[in-house]
Design a protein around this ligand. Structure first.
Ligand code: SF4
Length: 366
């Protein structure tokens, strides 16, 4: 039996309140005083919280805060959500490294490929990850989508017949109420050329109590629905996050996971293997592992691409193939798989490949 991290309500908090996603959203950690209920913040963390207040929002769900290690500033969960002063020093990063604004035919719709779009329906998240690709917009009021603007985006999708796959993202679409999400997906379902609706959400990880039976019942009415979530570390796997993913899967929704490769958090083969094997065991399919972008204030999270390639090379052959996500670099031209070269090319009548254990195989290929 695996041992999982378990969320713990602080003393005095009723368990029913704790397991209510509404209570969790209303009682989020917003400052040093709240944070001290869960961890002993370092002087550097306290100073960074203050200095970065105007730059990128700091909010954590009580659930996620309760998973962090009180005395360990290197805790892999704490590092994802608690600011540190290194965020202030990175001068190399960009605000919009994927040039998403230039790829938006209408507000918050990003089109990089002909047949699919990322539709940033919401600029709110349950918490804010310090490495977030969309730092420029999440938590920022000017990126909020009013109902009229959602309507304009829906009209654009309706008059663009090539679009067959719509990813609802943000921010986080599951921060919406069930009714608002039902309305939005219902409108998409009225568009005949939209075949698939996907939801990109970190709430199964950061606020798993949001995945209620009522939500799953509503989503089931709009099939085919796919969900991609975002676990980065095995310590994010808890009985509550497993239950959330199982509810989605049991509602017939395929659930995939997108990880970001993060220095000091998951950039070693043992952690990556443990994470993805645990995901497979809970019927969540590892999908992508993203190279962290050259983004403002995130240099301390970035791993060298060569080291990332080597990490995934070490996993190949040492766990189930479907427990290895595809390592990709996202670019303004779309995702590019980055991988150790195992196809060595033609040699006479043979095609030469390198196997996982380093052996060279010559496959007759006249
Ligand atoms: S949940 Fe996703 S969109 Fe929200 S801050 Fe984290 S990475 Fe960014």
């Amino acid at each position: 039996m695996r041992h999982f991290n378990v969320d713990r309500a602080p003393e005095g908090v009723d368990r029913d309140d704790w397991e209510s996603h509404i209570w969790q959203m209303q009682h989020r950690v917003r400052g040093a005083e709240d944070l001290a209920r869960y961890i002993d913040p370092t002087a550097d963390e306290l100073s960074a919280i203050e200095k970065l207040a105007e730059t990128f929002r700091f909010v954590i769900t009580p659930y996620y805060a309760s998973l962090m290690e009180r005395d360990n500033p290197d805790c892999p969960l704490r590092r994802q959500v608690v600011p540190v002063s290194e965020e202030l020093w990175d001068g190399a990063g960009l605000a919009d490294p994927l040039d998403e604004v230039a790829h938006s035919p209408v507000k918050n719709v990003i089109r990089v490929y002909p047949d699919r779009i990322a539709f940033c329906v919401n600029n709110e998240c349950a918490l804010y990850c310090r490495f977030c690709l969309r730092k420029r917009m999440v938590g920022e009021p000017e990126w909020t989508m009013q109902k009229r603007e959602l309507g304009e985006a829906l009209d654009w999708i309706a008059r663009t017949p090539e679009i067959r796959d719509v990813l609802l993202t943000g921010g986080d679409p599951l921060v919406y109420t069930d009714d608002r999400l039902d309305w939005l997906i219902g409108r998409l379902r009225e568009i005949p050329h939209v075949e698939i609706v996907r939801l990109g959400t970190r709430l199964p990880v950061t606020l798993p109590y949001r995945v209620t039976d009522a939500l799953c019942e509503m989503l089931k009415r709009h099939h085919p629905i796919w969900v991609n979530t975002h676990f980065n570390h095995p310590k994010e796997i808890t009985p509550a996050s497993i239950a959330a993913c199982e509810k989605l899967v049991n509602a017939g929704i395929p659930v995939g996971n997108q990880t970001v490769l993060l220095k000091g958090i998951n950039d070693d083969p043992a952690t990556m293997k443990q994470l993805n094997e645990a995901l497979v065991a809970m019927r969540v399919r590892p999908y992508y592992c993203y190279q962290a972008q050259l983004l403002d204030g995130t240099a301390h999270f970035r791993v060298r691409i060569e080291d990332g390639i080597e990490l995934f090379r070490e996993l190949r052959g040492r766990t189930s193939g479907f427990a290895i996500p595809q390592y990709v670099l996202d670019t303004p031209h779309g995702k590019v798989p980055i991988t150790h070269q195992t196809s060595l090319g033609r040699d006479g009548d043979d095609y030469v490949v390198e196997a996982w254990d380093g052996e060279i195989w010559r496959e007759p290929n006249p």
